[in-house]
Design a protein around this ligand. Structure first.
Ligand code: AHR
Length: 501
């Protein structure tokens, strides 16, 4: 199969917001407890954080992290997680039928985030609670001192305010499963008033309003229209969530779900434009895709377990093991985010450790990187700069999810400061290699400085504590530049990062 790709430095989509490579972590399962925090672990630091996990997190160069939930946040009392640890209450987490010990709260998480080099993006509870508690939380977290709540924080040993600029107004409020679920109008009004109050406190705060929980919700995309009509002028982002599966075992259809995601983003983009026009608004609202990942390997078994278990503490939950096929899927999804980065400014892999995560960590045992860690990492490391609009001429296929899906999935990023160009390429064909021919316009002196590749694995192959490095990227070969064109052969089902300077 042949593929002709045209890249030109002047065909720019726009500057990518670094926060496209953000993450999400929730108080659920073993994400926090025995994921990032395990005081008895041999690698734990003085604050009780696992340094083995922390190192894997640092290597991802994550710009921002959404915390503390998720469904958890909709019945969470933030003040349970502050002050002396031995006085913090143990509470029932209604979302995941678990016990929450509150040994990690906002101040501990802030220490971890700082060690990890990540900015916090905090979610407030607009399910069981409302504006008043949200604004108290904001004051506790962000005000320097001299008020009851800011002095309370200082008395807890956190002198400096955390100065969190990104705030999520609740979580998945369209979902009937959500504690405090609301109609679009009820929620839109509450979100508007909360965003307004937050901006009265500090006008540089950015507010993220909840969109639909996914594009299969019966209220999608009416939900977005109604919510935005209530709050458009006071919010900066609308959230999208989507989890992916290959339950049918049809790999090409699984890969085709990338197109479905593009349609989802486009539809919400259109809804944003519609509401903006209707309201004669001047401000722009962008997309915050703050939960995305593959999630299906254990979903049914997990559902059976947690819905009937007896309120355990930090139980094993949603500990998906990702295979090579999932890594290829994540590579394509990162490409789609780059191609849609004019609309999508923030995106968060959900989640970061143990719970549907690129990093796994056994309690008292080793941590390892799953297959999906690498495409997420490469996008984060090399996907900063201008997203390029790239033309791809290659064989296509039809599937349930979409028609005309190109076998070759390509995204490109030009970092003008570093003077580098990176092409992220997936050959989705199950059996055929691709003869690649890329014309590089406007990069007359380009030289290939690195070729990273993931290929040659069974689609079901995984990493595990026994074989943690079974699937890792390697240095590629067989791709080079001839007369200003990049030529080479890309094996069937393979992922490539081609870096030029
Ligand atoms: O990430 C797991 C859960 O998925 C989150 O708590 C919720 O927001 C979504 O439904």
């Amino acid at each position: 199969m042949k593929a002709r790709v045209t890249v030109h430095r002047d065909f720019r989509i726009g500057l990518i917001d670094d926060r496209l490579y953000s993450a999400f972590i929730e108080h659920m399962g073993r994400a926090i407890y025995s994921g990032i925090f395990e005081p008895d672990h041999p690698s734990a630091d003085a604050n009780g954080f696992r340094t083995d996990v922390l190192k894997f997190v640092q290597d991802l160069k994550i710009p921002a992290i959404r915390y503390p939930g998720g469904n958890f946040v909709s019945a969470y009392r933030w003040e349970d997680g502050i002050g002396p640890k031995d006085q913090r209450p143990v509470r029932l987490d209604l979302a995941w039928r678990s016990k929450e010990t509150n040994q990690v709260g906002i101040n501990e998480f802030a220490i971890w985030a700082e060690k990890a080099g990540i900015d916090m993006m905090l979610a407030v509870n607009l399910g069981s609670r409302g504006l008043e508690d949200a604004r108290d939380f904001l004051e506790y977290v962000n005000f320097p001192g001299g008020t009851h709540l800011s002095d309370l924080r200082r008395s807890h040993g956190t002198e400096k305010p955390h100065d969190v600029k990104m705030w999520c107004l609740g979580n998945e409020m369209d979902g009937p499963w959500q504690v405090g679920h609301k109609t679009a109008v009820e929620y839109g009004r509450l979100a508007n008033e909360t965003a307004k109050a937050f901006k009265l406190f500090d006008k540089s705060i950015e507010a993220v309003v909840c969109g639909s929980s996914n594009d299969r919700m019966p209220t999608y995309p009416e939900w977005e229209r109604q919510v935005l009509e209530e709050c458009y002028e006071n919010v900066d982002y609308i959230s999208l969530h989507k989890y992916f599966d290959n339950k049918s075992g049809d790999t090409l259809n699984f890969f085709g779900k990338i197109e479905e995601t593009g349609r989802y983003i486009q539809a919400i983009g259109g809804t944003i434009d519609y509401v903006k026009a209707k309201k004669r608004a001047k401000n722009d609202v962008y997309i915050c895709f703050d939960e995305w990942n593959v999630w299906y390997h254990n979903i049914e078994e997990d559902g059976r377990r947690w819905k009937s278990w007896d309120w355990p503490e930090a139980p094993e939950l949603l500990e998906e093991t990702y295979n090579f096929e999932d890594a290829l899927f994540v590579a394509c999804l990162m490409n789609e985010f780059i191609r849609r980065s004019d609309r999508v400014k923030i995106a968060c892999i959900a989640q970061l450790v143990n719970v549907i995560a690129p990093i796994r960590a056994e309690k008292g045992g080793p941590a390892w990187r799953q297959t999906i860690y690498y495409p997420y990492q490469f996008a984060s490391l090399y996907g900063r700069g201008d997203a390029l609009n790239i033309a791809v001429d290659c064989l296509t296929y039809d599937c349930d999810a979409a028609n005309d899906v190109s076998y070759l999935d390509v995204a490109g990023v030009h970092d003008r400061e570093a003077n580098t160009l990176t092409l992220f390429i997936v050959n989705r064909h199950l059996t055929e290699s691709v003869e690649l021919d890329v014309s590089l316009g406007g990069f007359p002196k380009a030289r290939l400085i690195e070729h990273l590749v993931m290929q040659g694995h069974d689609l079901r192959a995984v990493n595990s504590p026994e074989r943690p490095e079974h699937i890792v990227p390697t240095q590629g070969s067989g791709v080079g530049i001839e007369d200003g064109a990049v030529k080479g052969t890309l094996a069937a089902v393979s992922y490539h990062v081609l870096r030029f300077s």
